[in-house]
Design a protein around this ligand. Structure first.
Ligand code: ZZB
Length: 351
């Protein structure tokens, strides 16, 4: 592609960068000229050529040329080639997941970043948990509309085991318009912004915010979650939710996620904690972990067992929760067999 030939010529230049720098220090006055991308094209190739000659490389420089639109002949050739490939449906044009710079309106590769080198996109599955009656006071304006809390998960196959949804009481959640009419989503602001570049809002990069609501004011919201064993399930407080991960709305699978079991157990065991967040007993007490994955010699409630085994004291017991989570991830991944739903009897070994 055009960008491929560009990056090839750039890496060519890169490899001789250091040699060139040591031999040709540029002056302070010269530096601002590099703000013009075309200045680079004239500046580095002669230095690279000189260095290569000094290295003793035998290069036929009569065949050297610059790519990009700076060279209209080469550019026309590449365009011709790509138009043909596209007509033959050998290539297509579209979006892909990447780190993107809204400021520059284009993907931002590792070396182009002032911070965040080595960061890649993390794919999450969003679970649309429909808000159902009775609506909490702050959601009354959305009566009769389609409104969803969007939970981000790495384990969509475990949705049969959902018992509740987690929100952080102190995080401000954004209610914003979805790309589909009369539909609203609830997530942390950062997630809404990321979603606006992924066709989940009406206009690319634009969020249409309709309300900002503290997690505390959403506690006890009734939800209809896809594939869940229980209906409805309720929004409950989890103190360890990170605002900058996923959507900051988390679906709870206490059978297989130690964090979820520890937080649900806290609420079940502590009437004061339920009272603090205005939760009724029936929003918490009837919801027991649902077995969905069998692990030989470990049972079908891996997270419950791991929390016992590693003596997890509460949802704030980070050290033991990390150990429990590692164990459950590892055991579930290698030996777990689902015994419910579309992937019944499937293990990572038979996949
Ligand atoms: C359902 C589920 C079922 C999850 C399971 C895990 C497990 P990781 O691996 O540490 O990156 N999550 C998502 N967003 C947040 C957030 N903002 N703050 C705290 N937790 C969050 O964790 C990925 C998981 O962390 C996600 O997948 C989500 O919970 C939670 F059986 O969704 B999961 C052993 C884990 N099992």
């Amino acid at each position: 592609s055009l960008s491929l030939s560009l990056s090839l010529s750039l890496s060519f230049i890169h490899s001789f960068f250091f040699l060139s720098f040591s031999n040709y220090p540029h002056t302070e006055e010269e530096i601002p000229k590099f703000a013009d991308a075309e200045y680079w094209l004239g500046y580095f190739p002669p230095l690279a050529m000189k260095d290569m000659d000094r290295l003793g490389l035998k290069v036929d420089w009569r065949r050297a040329f610059v790519t990009t639109p700076v060279n209209p002949f080469y550019d026309a050739f590449v365009r011709w080639q790509f138009n043909h490939l596209r007509a033959k449906e050998k290539i297509k044009f579209g979006k892909r997941y990447t780190i993107y710079s809204p400021k520059d309106g284009q993907p931002c590769m590792d070396h182009d970043r002032s911070s965040g080198e080595g960061v890649g996109p993390q794919e999450y599955t969003l679970i649309k948990m429909r808000v159902v009656e009775p609506l909490p006071a702050k959601l009354q304006p959305f009566k009769g509309k389609n409104i969803f809390m969007l939970a981000a998960t790495l384990r969509p196959e475990t949705m049969y085991g959902q018992t509740n949804c987690w929100l952080h009481p102190d995080i401000s959640y954004l209610v914003f318009a979805a790309s589909t009419p009369d539909t609203f989503y609830i997530t942390a602001t950062r997630a809404a912004r990321n979603m606006s570049f992924q066709d989940l809002t009406a206009a690319n990069g634009e969020i249409n915010p309709v309300a900002t609501i503290k997690g505390a004011d959403l506690m006890g919201t009734a939800l209809d979650a896809p594939y869940a064993h229980y209906n409805p399930i309720y929004a409950l407080p989890m103190m360890t939710i990170k605002e900058d991960k996923g959507t900051a709305v988390v679906t709870s699978v206490p059978s297989d996620a130690p964090d979820d079991w520890a937080a649900l157990r806290d609420l079940k065991n502590k009437p004061d904690l339920r009272a603090k967040f205005g939760l009724k007993d029936e929003m918490v007490l009837p919801f027991d972990p649902v077995p969905i994955i069998e692990i030989p010699d470990y049972g079908n409630l891996a997270a419950v067992k791991a929390c016992d085994e590693f003596k997890v004291a509460s949802q704030n017991d980070r050290e033991n929760l990390v150990k429990a989570k590692d164990e459950v991830y590892r055991k579930g991944f290698y030996d777990g067999v689902m015994f419910i739903g579309k992937y019944k009897s499937v293990t990572s070994r038979t996949r």
